[in-house]
Design a protein around this ligand. Structure first.
Ligand code: PLP
Length: 290
């Protein structure tokens, strides 16, 4: 089936989709993005992702390219054209095309809006669920406003490559005080020996995951003790369970950190229960059809 992308008002064959070389996303990483997962033909956590997109735009004083209604319509149309039942829609918004100048382009310069889809046959390989995944820890070299979902992802590119080189799925980034901030494209969680679920509190130091927020709500509803606070690498090494979360992985068990087994080295019951709860909640919520 032909694969379509959406670029500034037009659906174009993926192979021909392009933006101008003076696009500010290309020149300055002056843009934001969002990722919305489609499960069984329905958007997951749609409101959360749209709200965060608006927040990211506001924080960078960027105009929304279209209204939320139009955005959702285009997302649905792209999903339909690409025959996507399970996968993700990627939205990129930049401050548009203008002669290269650090300062904002003149008011009225149209933002660039690009959408693509990615098919995911399943959201985790059976082995990833059965055995969990490995993470390594690396210094967090990102800027001071990690709460904005910007396209400035070079530190994450370097981190993910280091993880791949080490045979790991993800890298957990650490601040100079040895606390874990988050993964390169996911939030980081542990379950302590006392059974407390711990993930870092939202602040400028992490991206507040939409999946993270939903998982917190579900954990509290199940009566699980939750602490939103920083945790150190040492604490993670000694945790009973660990996992990571994102729109496209949901809650994915982490069974090795820097090569050391977490707990008994197997995916833990709290992690697996939360993954189930997330998928059940998504099905029950019956998110807006894509
Ligand atoms: N943290 C970072 C740095 C991310 O890039 C992502 C997702 O891409 C997340 C956390 C998880 O956020 P969400 O659950 O909204 O996908």
């Amino acid at each position: 089936m032909a694969r379509w992308a959406y670029v500034n008002g037009r659906y174009v064959p993926h192979a021909l989709a392009a933006v101008h070389i003076e696009d500010r996303g290309f020149q300055f990483a002056d843009g934001v993005y969002e990722v919305v997962t489609v499960v069984d033909g329905r958007f997951t956590d749609l409101d959360g992702h749209l709200a965060r997109l608006q927040r990211s735009l506001d924080e960078l004083r960027m105009a929304a390219p279209v209204s939320p209604r139009v955005l959702v319509f285009v997302m649905g149309e792209l999903v339909r054209r690409n025959g996507l039942r399970n996968g993700a829609v990627y939205l990129q918004v930049t401050r548009g095309v203008a002669p290269r100048d650090f300062r904002f382009p003149p008011a009225g310069t149209p933002p660039t809006l690009v959408m693509t889809t990615r098919r995911l046959a399943r959201f985790a390989a059976p082995a990833q669920l059965a055995d969990g995944v490995r993470v390594i820890t690396i210094p967090d070299i990102r800027w001071g406003r990690r709460d904005i979902k910007t396209v400035g992802l070079l530190p994450q590119v370097l981190g993910k490559q280091r993880a791949a080189d080490a045979g790991a799925f993800e890298a957990w980034m650490i601040d100079p005080d040895w606390t874990v901030t988050e993964g390169c494209s996911s939030n980081a969680w542990i379950v302590t020996g006392a059974g407390v679920l711990v993930t870092r509190e939202p602040s400028a130091r992490i991206l507040n995951g939409v999946t993270r927020r939903t998982l917190l709500r579900l954990a509290r509803a199940q009566g699980i003790a939750v602490e939103e606070r920083p945790f150190t690498v040492e604490e993670a090494y000694g945790a009973r369970e660990a996992f990571l979360s994102s729109a496209t992985t949901f809650a994915l068990p982490v069974t090795r950190i820097d090569g050391r087994p977490v707990g008994d080295g197997r995916p833990g019951p709290v992690t697996l229960a939360l993954r189930e709860a997330y998928l059940a909640d998504a099905a029950r919520e019956a998110g807006r059809p894509a």
